[in-house]
Write a protein of this length. Structure first.
Length: 592
């Protein structure tokens, strides 16, 4: 019986962060992941930077050599040598540019692979609670689009650095030719910097919102795909189309906001760049007329100012860099999410034991609602306990705490006297086996999916487990039997459940949890499978989520959940006398 306790205080609801704060957090997370990525590819990045420096140096030398060639042609002294030097520099620039593209692709591939591996690891670590926070479509969008966007970051970053170095070098060259030229150019720098800063600040939030809307559409499409038969049977395809595309208006608004900011900054830069160029060339013309510079220096000045002004095209690079930062930030949101289930800080070996379970004060919240509220339960070793209760009473949540598929917000769960939170996760996974209502088909073949938790199992062991779960006959009837690829083995819901039961039967776990794992079986098959499982589960503890009276009747004890607690722990026949218990199964009184 459950002990009486006051309800735990409910946590206050979290308020959504203001858009500016959320955008700043996204940029910060993106910068963190991009810096980490740069450290990982440091050797390749150094070589890429060297190639970029060679290209920039060759570009900066080109106007000087061009001016020397022009002056040599005018004077008739050393024109061939000057032309040869110019050709060598142009060839070096072309080779460096080519190798930059090749090495940049390798760097981008490394970053994408690293981000995707990290993302997948974290998604699996977050488990079922993480699936509620990050739906499948959202994870898919982050895995494909968000994780691939930063691939261009090394090249874009070096291109930005090259543009700035080129502009700085060109400004220096203008100063070496004539100080007035450098001063005229410097007057146009502050407006360009302010325009770029304006874009970064204003465009981050719409960029992120655009990607979130795309992820929402993908999530809804996947949901509809999963329920395609229901949609067809209901004739609700037009309604589903509207539901799937519901985020489109918001996506359109985010896109228009981004384009509006981009257009505003682009127009400003489009006016500033030629204006600066005209001013510098005009000053150069005046200095030529006054005899302070030569004709060749005038040509070089025009080339250098064109290089310097080309830094205004850095705006396109800034747009791409911001997109990389937003993508990396969306990956970072998952990587920094706190898993509900964490490896123990101080692992304690799980001793040999009969599988005694003890739950004390277990509270699990879903938002502000306590699904389990101070629950107490003792499961005798080797007993078969059915967990019964109305829909939403927390049956699946309760059994998920046994093997740490989720951890309670409060309270403890002990297995053979040791808190499960202190047991190393691999040891706990071997000690507690699960079979679910919809078992996932993992692996390449039918044999693989049964032996998923025990990949070293022999064919004889796999067949024995399948026989216990009444699955051996239909598996052997498949085209290649146990070696049939899963993609070529269409199965009914009941057959899938029997494979899940076979997977659980194959383990040597001391505790076996059947979370509605026989719901798709007909009554005769369920009785046969249960009878076989009772033989193999002799000496083991088992918990069965029961939604049928017959399932509860076959258990030694029934844990009746009500109001987030165990209302009673007793045999089914004893509980059946209570009308409230019969109402759990929504049936009229009958012999149990």
């Amino acid at each position: 019986m459950a002990r009486t306790s006051r309800r735990s205080p409910r946590p206050a609801a979290r308020r959504a962060a203001p858009p500016d704060d959320a955008a700043a957090a996204l940029r910060a997370g993106g910068r963190r992941r991009l810096r980490e990525a740069m450290r990982r590819i440091r050797p390749k990045l150094a070589l890429l930077a060297a190639l970029t420096a060679i290209r920039v140096g060759a570009m900066l030398l080109t106007p000087i050599l061009l001016a020397a060639a022009i002056d040599a042609v005018r004077t008739g002294d050393g024109a061939g040598t000057a032309a040869a030097r110019l050709g060598v520099v142009l060839a070096v620039a072309a080779l460096a540019d080519t190798w930059e593209d090749v090495l940049g692709s390798y760097c981008g591939s490394d970053i994408t692979a690293w981000l995707r591996h990290r993302l997948l690891d974290r998604v699996l670590l977050l488990g079922a609670p993480g699936q509620r926070r990050f739906p499948t479509g959202d994870v898919l969008a982050r895995l494909t689009e968000s994780a691939s966007g930063p691939a261009a970051f090394p090249v874009l970053l070096l291109n930005a650095a090259a543009a700035l170095l080129t502009a700085a070098g060109a400004a220096t060259a203008l100063a070496l030719i004539d100080w007035w030229l450098a001063i005229a150019f410097a007057l146009g720098v502050p407006p360009v910097v302010l325009a770029l800063r304006l874009f970064v600040v204003r465009a981050t939030e719409p960029f992120a919102r655009y990607q979130r809307c795309q992820a929402a559409i993908v999530t809804r499409l996947l949901d509809a795909r999963q329920g395609i038969r229901t949609i067809q049977a209901s004739g609700t395809a037009p309604t589903e189309v509207r539901r799937i595309l519901e985020p489109l208006p918001e996506l359109g608004r985010a896109g228009r906001e981004t384009w509006a900011v981009q257009g505003l900054v682009s127009r400003r830069l489009a006016l500033l760049a030629p204006l600066v160029q005209v001013v510098v060339v005009g000053v150069a013309g005046l200095r030529l007329a006054s005899g302070h510079i030569t004709t060749g220096q005038l040509v070089a000045s025009a080339s250098y100012v064109a290089m310097a002004v080309a830094a205004a095209s850095l705006f396109d690079t800034v747009v791409a860099l911001l997109n990389c930062q937003v993508g990396a930030g969306r990956v970072d949101e998952i990587l920094t999410a706190t898993p509900r289930v964490r490896p123990p800080a101080r692992p304690v070996p799980l001793p040999d034991g009969p599988g005694r379970l003890r739950l004390r004060g277990v509270t699990v919240r879903a938002g502000e609602r306590a699904v389990l509220d101070g629950l107490d339960l003792d499961v005798p070793p080797g007993a078969a306990v059915a967990v019964a209760g109305t829909s939403g009473s927390g049956k699946s949540v309760l059994v998920s705490t046994i093997g740490r598929l989720t951890d309670p917000d409060e309270g403890t769960v002990e297995l053979d006297g040791v808190p499960v939170t202190a047991v190393p996760l691999p040891d706990l996974r071997r000690a507690v086996a699960y079979a679910f209502e919809r078992p996932a088909l993992l692996g390449a073949t039918v044999h693989d999916t049964i032996a998923y938790a025990r990949p070293d199992a022999t064919r004889a062991e796999v067949r024995r487990a399948a026989g216990i779960a009444a699955a051996d006959d239909f598996v052997r009837a498949l085209p290649d039997g146990y070696d049939t690829p899963l993609a070529e083995a269409p199965m009914s819901g009941g057959e899938l459940q029997r494979l899940g039961l076979a997977r659980a039967a194959l383990t040597g776990a001391r505790v076996v949890v059947l979370d509605d794992a026989t719901s798709s079986l007909d009554t005769a098959t369920e009785a046969r499978v249960t009878q076989a499982l009772r033989r193999v589960l002799t000496g083991r503890t088992s918990l069965v989520v029961a939604r049928r009276p017959a399932t509860a009747a076959r258990a030694d004890l029934v844990a009746w959940l009500d109001g987030g607690r165990v209302r009673a722990l007793a045999p089914h026949a004893e509980l059946w006398r209570d009308p409230a218990y019969r109402a759990v199964f929504a049936v009229e009184p009958a012999a149990p």
